[in-house]
Ligand binder design. Sequence first.
Ligand SMILES: Cc1cc2nc3c(=O)[nH]c(=O)nc-3n(C[C@H](O)[C@H](O)[C@H](O)COP(=O)(O)O)c2cc1C
Ligand code: SF4
Length: 683
Amino acid sequence: MANDPLLQPFQLKHLTLKNRLMMTSHEPAYPEEGMPKALYREYHVERARAGLGLTMTAGSAAVAKDSPPVFNNILAYKDEVVPWMRELTDACHEHGTAVMIQLTHLGRRTRWDKGDWLPAVSASHRREASHRAFPKQVEEWDIERLIRDYADAAERMHAAGLDGIELQAYGHLMDQFWSPLTNTLEAPYGGDLENRLRFTFDVLRAIRQRVGETFIVGVRYTGDEMLPGGLTAGDGMAISRRLKESGLVDFLNVIRGHIDTDAGLTDVIPIQGMPSAPHLDFAGEIRRQVDFPTFHGAKIQDVATARHAIASGKVDMIGMTRAHMADPHIVRKIMEGREEEIRPCVGANYCLDRIYQGGAAYCIHNAATGRETTMPHTIPTAAKKRRVVIVGAGPAGLEAARVAGERGHEVVVLEAASDAGGQVRLTAQSKRRREMMGIVDWRLARCEALGVEIRYNVWAEVEEVLAEKPDVVIVATGGYPMEDQPEVGHDLVVNTWDILSGHVAPGSRVLLFDDAGDHAALQAAEVIAATGAELEIMTPDRSFSAEIMAMNLVPYMRALQRPNVTFTPTYRLKSVQRGEGELLARITSDYAVQDQLDLDQERRIDQVVVNYGITPMADVYFDLKPHSSNGGEVNYDDLIAGQPQAVVRNPDGSFQLFRIGDAVESRNTHAAIYDALRLVKDI
Ligand SMILES: Cc1cc2nc3c(=O)[nH]c(=O)nc-3n(C[C@H](O)[C@H](O)[C@H](O)COP(=O)(O)O)c2cc1C
Ligand code: SF4
């Protein structure tokens, strides 16, 4: 371990970073009233305690009021941020972790109808596709004010005791000045590259005047927009050199690409199914040619790739950001030779997609991330050992088994199928989503290490469960696709699971009716479209795939935007009948008023695939209820407060009974895993 390249210190000017691993800046949308309070602090401290070298806090902390918090950003333009950042920094410093913050003005990457309802500003009026504001073009008084705002925010972070800052320049105001695509200003801030960089160097000079030499200042910037007419790799190299030669900057943090569209953002921050470390060589080339401290991160999910990035000298600090959301203890596990215990980031991007929908960033399979003040990353041993029987080895059942195992209980899992994973295994049938199996495989490995017994091919009924003489029974049997839709003709349709599992081959003229808006529909659509079938994807919703968020939609659209596929929102499948060697589907719309009968349409196809959510499959739970002490009841107040369950409805009952995951109602993988962690950590 002592020679591990990742664990070697890095000298950044006066600052010694104790190892080469960092979390690059990311706003998980945890601030409260724009301030990084207890949850924010604990999130970073958990990773600091485990040995992280550098944490770049925030992500897009706003330097000005007209950069409103479009994803619940830290408001670095307020003086009250100083004590909050000081508390966070001091707490991380106690563990030897350096703390910096990313400061930015979002420019056009925001909306005017947030925060103080001030106009969005940019170096042109050009709209950004993702956020949709038509910005005001900056005037000279804006530029003067913004330079001051950056310097004020930097001074606040200096006062809070941080080790440094980085300025964001990819898709935000700073590089909106840089790019010919988004700068239509006249000189001195528009025109040639020199002029387009002027704002940045004005800002950097103003910052240096406030914070002096012994405060680290870096820039996270795009070195190649990869857009016709945008900044080229040659421009990127020139910018990198100018940043170094200015003497105003201490490190470069290299990005490649553009983020003004969901598709562009997804190429910058790749998700599952996309190549690992796609921009590492590019960052390495800048490092090689410019010869200056260089940071980088983009889908480096595993320690081996991170180690290669450092050992090969491509970069000086390597980001493993989502990897640390999935497992906060990566560095400790490396140091203790327990790398194989690292909970893998499976690239599901539930974390990042949620912030663009106004939610907090949660990890699809680590429900303690973002809940550090209430959910433990390290499960304490229970005071009393109990016998816990879990029915079902899908994500909920496996998480319950893992957590019960960590508690020190005696755990038996009864699974009807011949292998574990439930719906996650079905999802992983698609090559592009195979990484999802990490959710299952990691839990199986942990269960094995903890002595959990998993019995396959066991259809658990009351007798099988009672024979185990359990103290606690957890039913995590999941569900199956709802099969009673449409009301007329549901016996003539197949469902998305039939297609995904390969039990039913796609037809040649297919109507896929999606009333759930989740992954199952588009994943099945991908399978069908790949055969060349004529495919119509229909949904009654106002837009398709309502539950699939921005970046997860990108690979689906790349697979489905082809001539044989059409999307039809706002229409509903009413009935299906058999026709002459084909099926007749009747279509209606929730928007139709009664006398608009002409909205009733027909489709002639040879297959109807329905996606209508999950029906819980929980017979064993209902059969067990009379034998249990709590009748399956959960005290929600205690559950939320993190107290053990103490409901007694039947004093003669010999065990507590609980039901989690889709066995309760149709939800998602994260909800199933959170159900399990929240309940079982107090058993
Ligand atoms: C929830 C979340 C929020 C993010 N917000 C920012 C941000 O505000 N600024 C930024 O430069 N990068 C942001 N990022 C991108 C990360 O810094 C990083 O570049 C990206 O996650 C790819 O690295 P990884 O594969 O190691 O996660 C965010 C990432 C996540 C997961
Ligand atoms: S949600 Fe997915 S991408 Fe995000 S940290 Fe968790 S496993 Fe990684």
